[in-house]
Design a binder for this molecule. Structure first.
Ligand SMILES: NC(=O)c1ccc[n+]([C@@H]2O[C@H](COP(=O)([O-])OP(=O)(O)OC[C@H]3O[C@@H](n4cnc5c(N)ncnc54)[C@H](O)[C@@H]3O)[C@@H](O)[C@H]2O)c1
Length: 460
């Protein structure tokens, strides 16, 4: 426990604290979303406390080190100088003014939403809840989670009989009497695009939906200190749905180009050339690119949160299902393409030495989650190939939720010894000309070898 007192404050007082950077901000879940968010608040002179159940992460941060590639240790140390600390001790939540939850929202083995991280966090948070605290959920989830799942647990399991503020009156002012029994709840989706350096994080508008106007105003005030623009919507459900629309839009459009790629391959048309030409249209077209399958913690997962919830309303989200079917099939297409390419060399997948280049789910990032490379490796191994991999960001692939590969990164010095090199992730570090010149055969799923004219290259 710190010696700070518990909040017990009116919304007006909390708003003032936020504006004066005196509000204490607690971030639960210090992963790819939570840690950068903690650093943003810290840069704006807030005293931030990070909470995580992973003691190794807490210890790493306490040593002033980082476990995320694009976050330098210096950034952690600057935040520490500003009062940042990490802990696994939930009792310290009692002294926070605002609590932001950034825990995972995966799918379970039946492809259904796994809300256990959110519910575990909420059960652990509830006994420490204080009057006047602002609780914001950032994890991507289906519409209704904040109000139907999180809020009832907070109300039922807090020790002081607190209720979420629901009054419809706008403005942060509220009587002390009601404030003594209330806390504030909002949902605000994370919009980070890992590896994208074209938009500064603070320039990404932040959508906010509060359970009532006061909660929305407080959450808007908090995020307004680190983002240039906040976008209020009428409810947490509208904010939850906004995030899903954004990701479903990407999922469906990627499926569309993946399907058109398969057709173009049959027709002998270069899909990349077509997308580049279509992109010259100054209106009504946004380019999406085909690949070996979807990866990451968002696009392959989030749409299914909505299709699951839709069933409660006797509704089938056919675009999501179809896009999922096409995208999930892409690693199988890659396997078939490798087989076809080896066949041209009078070789089979069975027994072939295959090097996978790039296992991260996308270019220039250190994130393996849901990466199609893992599926392609498993499919190749299943067919009897001897698979190796290289990725500048991963010296080792161990065990994940859905895989257990235990592979050590290969060197890039004997490329000619592989029967086939498969480009799954087009990291900028690779010298593709050199790779093609040394390889026997290259299967390229990303158009990374664009402009390299060689019979050794098969684009798929
Ligand atoms: N990674 C992205 O690019 C991205 C982008 C937008 C939205 N999101 C969403 O943000 C959420 C978090 O994603 P992420 O990528 O940061 O996940 P992550 O796995 O990198 O981090 C989550 C962290 O939460 C911690 N955690 C789990 N349960 C906890 C608990 N009960 N108490 C405290 N800590 C706990 C884990 O140890 C981990 O450090 C997800 O809902 C995801 O869909 C992610």
């Amino acid at each position: 426990m710190t010696n700070h007192s518990a909040p017990n404050q009116t919304p007006e007082q909390l708003k003032n604290k936020i504006q004066q950077r005196q509000a204490r901000v607690g971030i639960i879940g210090l992963g790819y979303v939570g840690l950068p968010l903690a650093l943003l608040f810290s840069e704006q002179k807030f005293t931030v406390t990070g909470f995580d159940i992973d003691q190794r992460k807490v210890d790493t941060l306490t040593r002033g080190e980082s476990y995320i590639y694009r976050i330098a240790a210096d950034e952690i140390r600057s935040a520490q100088a500003q009062g940042f600390s990490a802990t696994a001790d939930y009792s310290r939540l009692e002294t926070m003014d605002a609590i932001i939850i950034c825990v995972p929202t995966p799918l379970n083995q039946y492809h259904e939403p796994d809300l256990s991280y959110i519910t575990d966090t909420t059960h652990a948070l509830a006994p420490h809840l204080q009057p006047g605290q602002l609780v914001i959920l950032e994890s991507t989830t289906y519409p209704g989670t904040t109000e139907e799942v999180m809020l009832p647990i907070l109300e039922k399991e807090n020790k002081q009989g607190l209720k979420a503020a629901r009054s419809a009156s706008a403005g942060a002012s509220s009587s002390t009497a009601s404030a003594e029994k209330e806390f504030f709840v909002a949902f605000s989706p994370e919009r980070e695009d890992p590896g994208n350096t074209t938009v500064a994080r603070c320039d990404i508008p932040k959508v906010v939906g509060g359970v009532n106007p006061q909660a929305a105003e407080l959450a808007g005030a908090l995020y307004g200190t680190i983002f240039h623009r906040t976008v209020p919507v009428s409810s947490p459900a509208a904010a939850e749905m906004t995030k899903l629309l954004e990701n479903i839009y990407r999922c469906v459009n990627i499926a569309l180009v993946n399907e058109l790629k398969l057709l173009c391959l049959r027709m002998g048309i270069d899909i990349w050339e077509v997308i580049a030409a279509a992109s010259t249209k100054p209106f009504g077209f946004h380019p999406f690119y085909p690949g070996p399958g979807l990866g990451g913690h968002c696009i392959p997962i989030d749409p299914f949160y909505l299709s699951w919830k839709a069933k409660e309303f006797d509704f089938r989200t056919r675009f999501i299902e179809l896009a999922g079917e096409i995208n999930n099939n892409m690693p199988y297409h890659v396997l078939a393409s490798i087989g076809g390419a080896l066949n041209q060399h009078k070789k089979s997948v069975n027994g072939a030495r295959v090097l996978i280049l790039g296992v991260a789910y996308k270019k220039d990032i250190d994130d393996l989650r849901e990466s199609p490379a893992l599926t392609v490796i498993e499919l190749l191994q299943h067919e009897g190939a001897q698979v190796s991999y290289h990725d500048p960001y991963f010296p080792f692939i161990g065990k994940g939720r859905k895989y257990d590969l235990q592979m050590k990164r290969a060197e890039l010095d004997k490329l000619g010894e592989y029967d086939c090199i498969v480009i799954i992730t087009d990291h900028s570090d690779y010298d593709y000309k050199k790779i093609v010149s040394e390889a026997q055969l290259v299967v390229d799923t990303r158009n990374a070898t664009k402009g390299i004219d060689s019979p050794k290259v098969v684009r798929c």
